[in-house]
Design a protein. Structure first.
Length: 96
């Protein structure tokens, strides 16, 4: 979800100059609250330092992408897998 929020931020910065103005004024935290970033991601993005908004967007992309990759690596199977009967097994004939 954070990548989509970052895409919205960058797209809006193209049509709405107030995003870049806010970044240049050091108020990017105020802007980030308008998008669907998690509080942890918002905190990470607020701490990024760059000379221009374009550099900031590149750094933000790296941070968001790294977080997304870490999230997919940690995915574990549900403990319910294998416990609940599956629909395909219930259709088969059982022999005692």
């Amino acid at each position: 979800m954070s990548m989509q929020a970052l895409n919205h931020l960058v797209a809006r910065s193209i049509v709405d100059p107030s995003i870049v103005v806010s970044y240049n004024a050091g108020r990017i935290a105020d802007v980030l609250t308008e998008f669907e970033f998690t509080p942890e991601m918002r905190s990470s993005l607020t701490q990024l330092q760059a000379d221009t908004f374009t550099e900031y967007a590149m750094f933000a992309y790296r941070v968001v992408k790294a977080a997304a990759e870490a999230e997919t690596r940690i995915k574990m199977p549900s403990p319910l897998e294998g416990i609940l009967p599956s629909a395909d097994r219930s259709d088969r004939e059982q022999v005692a």
